[in-house]
Design a protein around this ligand. Sequence first.
Ligand code: ADP
Ligand code: MG
Length: 238
Amino acid sequence: MGSLQLKSVRKSFGSVDVLKGIDLDVKDGEFVIFVGPSGCGKSTLLRIIAGLDDATSGSITIDGAEVVSVPPAKRGIAMVFQSYALYPHLSVKDNMGLGLKQAGTPKAEIDKRIDRASAMLSLEKYLARRPAELSGGQRQRVAIGRAIVREPKLFLFDEPLSNLDAALRVNTRLEIARLHRELKATMIYVTHDQVEAMTLADKIVVLDAGVVQQVGSPMELYNRPANLFVAGFIGSPG
Ligand code: ADP
Ligand code: MG
């Protein structure tokens, strides 16, 4: 549960073609990383997968079912943003539980899931705090916890570590790798950090100029880059 297929996904803003026909197969449980220069459409593609934005054309299937007309809340997807996107007036616990509450999940079930997620992320002591009383790393862990409690088939991460300092970036990266192993969930992750891409990915998708330049394992891309753009981006073996 959690495979994704994109077929000829296109997106234009006015006369600007941002995505020019993206094809991609993501297997259940895979960790797929999108890399590419700023402005190449990575966030747009994640938003389209999540249903927060519409593709101009193309098909998106999750576990074999077309989702183009399925609303975001019904896609089985949870997204984690670079800016955390937490509610400042709600406690950590209420931030984590809000989506489930709105979906009508019983309180006992919400509490159980929050207990489990906060234990996974070492957030138990912070459940009563507001986001302003947390460090950047803790806030991002709350945002990840909020995604986990929804038990999505697919996690989408949009540059989740970009606002963290170097030490926290490493910690949080290791934590995301551990969650991927424990949850056995499909994760799609955007970054411009080469180290994140090389260490986290089963498969890296290199985007540029609205098209997929290459798809492969970190070692495949490193050893056999399809073109100079990929070589420059991944770091050629020299
Ligand atoms: P990335 O995440 O790879 O940096 P984005 O997906 O944010 O890139 O943006 C891709 C391109 O689409 C950029 O040129 C951006 O200016 C444009 N774009 C994104 N969202 C909109 C929008 N809502 N309206 C118009 N142009 C947009
Ligand atoms: Mg972006």
